[in-house]
Ligand binder design. Structure first.
Ligand code: URP
Ligand code: ZN
Ligand code: ZN
Length: 472
């Protein structure tokens, strides 16, 4: 087992910043030492195997992206990042843990589906990984499998109020799942959009010849997200079940979540970098078919309606639990499945590599603090998904997942720049942002340093997750 000393850095936690030297022994953090004590007060510096100078850098716990879809079959194709390429890109961007979604389709046995996802990921991942389980067909077998899922370390399941005929669950299926989840301590994750009403608007739009990508957003108005979010909250209240609403893009939906939280209900909201920075007018509404790059669900929302500012305000107020990417990349030729019919464009945006940088822009522009950045990108996802304190914190005994982040650096985003995702475009092409991922360490191994990747497929281990640790 080798040892490493990181000295001179500023450790950022959700509660504050402090200078400390970090001693790593093997895969774990061994100690946080008073700044300089290891160097000046003893011969520790000469006895450790590696010394890393972090002067001028933030030391943050490795990023946890709790919502990814590597090689997800969807929309007649498959997300273009494999577990190998997607986790390597994650590492480049300072994310040392992902939680991906195993998918059960209607009629399929849940545990078979989970095993299929294990086979895809096993030996492929550059960073640690866990699984949520999508229930695309809630039946008696699926409900009976929930207990076994917990034993497998899968303590969260995602249901869909959207996509009728694909993943959709009706209110009775949702209620029954929530009731059983409450008994077992399983977290219900919800894709909250009224899919029945959306599909009717989609039919109406296509009948009028409205086929461009922008109509994807116009047929999924905020009211349908708010209504579904509110319904999910009420169902969870009756079931006495914790609820985590994924990829929230409407400020009104996040407001319902904030209200439920302030009334003491265990309701949690996730948003994504694209909902904070991008919009229907500027990206989804790009001329011709270009907007297809930004087709995702929930959709990018009109800036004129105030969603982006509203989400930042909720984030600043501590009402957003996690920022995850919902990484679901598709190349141009895959998006072209929807030329002439926006409803056939595979839904998803890829950004697993850029989440830490993109949310740091909130710090750089004064919208949030560095502490809040760490909270939503690492610590709170760890607590939400049963990984804390192994992950999400730099403390003695925790996994040595540490990112040295240079607040004075800059990062250029785009294909051929910082981009290692398997996509032939970037949703943020040409952006130059403040801050830079400098060094990435996962369980004591350096994955990225000095612009060189030192990781490998298979370094990433499957994480057997426990129950949520942030319930009230
Ligand atoms: O557009 C999206 N979000 N694609 C991934 C599937 C999902 O609903 O999360
Ligand atoms: Zn979803
Ligand atoms: Zn998703």
């Amino acid at each position: 087992m080798s040892t490493m000393l990181i000295h001179g850095g500023l450790v950022v936690t959700p509660n504050g910043k402090h200078h400390a030297d970090v001693l790593i022994d093997g895969e774990r953090v061994a100690a946080l030492l008073a700044p300089g004590s290891a160097v000046l007060g003893s011969d520790l510096k000469s006895t450790v195997d590696a010394v890393v100078d972090a002067t001028g850098k933030y030391l943050i716990p490795g990023g946890i992206d709790a919502h990814t879809h590597m090689q997800m079959p969807f929309g007649g194709t498959q997300a273009s990042d494999t577990f190998a390429t997607g986790t390597q890109a994650a590492a480049w961007g300072g994310t040392t843990t992902i939680v991906d979604f195993a998918i059960q389709k209607p009629g399929e046995r849940v545990l078979d589906a989970l095993q299929a996802w294990h086979r895809k990921a096993d030996g492929q991942c550059a960073v640690d990984y866990g699984f949520h389980q999508i229930l695309g067909g809630v039946d008696e077998d699926a409900l009976a499998s929930l207990e076994a899922l917990v034993a497998e370390g899968v303590t969260s399941v995602k249901l869909f109020m959207a996509y009728p005929g694909v993943f959709y669950s009706d209110d009775a299926q949702i209620l029954k799942t929530m009731q059983r989840n409450a008994e077992l301590g399983v977290l219900t994750m919800m894709h909250a959009e009224n899919g029945i009403a959306i599909d009717e608007l989609v039919r109406q739009a296509l009948a009028k010849g409205q086929t461009d990508p922008v109509h994807h957003g116009l047929t999924r108005p905020w009211q349908f997200e708010e209504e579904a979010t509110h319904r999910a909250i009420r169902l969870a209240d009756v079931a006495r079940a914790p609820l985590y609403v994924v990829h929230v893009s409407a400020r009104q939906a996040m407001a319902r979540i904030a209200e439920a939280r302030s009334s003491g209900q265990n309701v949690f909201g996730e948003t994504c970098p694209h909902y904070l920075w991008l919009s229907l007018e500027e990206q989804l509404g790009a001329p011709g078919f270009d907007g297809a790059k930004w087709v995702c669900s929930t959709p990018l929302r009109p800036r004129a309606e105030g969603h982006q500012d509203g989400l930042w305000q909720h984030l600043r107020a501590g009402e957003v639990t996690a920022v995850a990417t919902d990484h679901c990349p598709f190349c141009r030729n895959q998006k072209e499945l929807g030329v002439g019919d926006f409803s056939k464009i595979p839904n998803g945006i890829g950004s697993v590599e850029h989440r830490i940088d993109l949310i740091y822009q909130g710090v750089a522009s004064g919208k949030i603090t560095a502490e809040q950045w760490v909270r939503v990108c690492s610590t709170e996802p760890a607590r939400m998904f049963g990984l804390y304190p192994r992950k999400g914190v730099i403390a003695p005994g925790s996994d040595a997942d540490i990112v040295l982040y240079d607040p004075k650096g800059t990062t250029q985003i785009g294909v051929g720049k910082t981009h290692h995702m398997n996509m032939d475009y970037s949703a943020y092409e040409g952006w130059e942002v403040q801050g830079k991922v400098d060094t990435v360490i996962s369980r004591g191994s350096v994955l990225v340093a000095n612009g060189v990747f030192h990781g490998r497929a298979g370094h990433g281990k499957y994480l057997q997750r426990g129950h949520a640790q942030n319930l009230v």
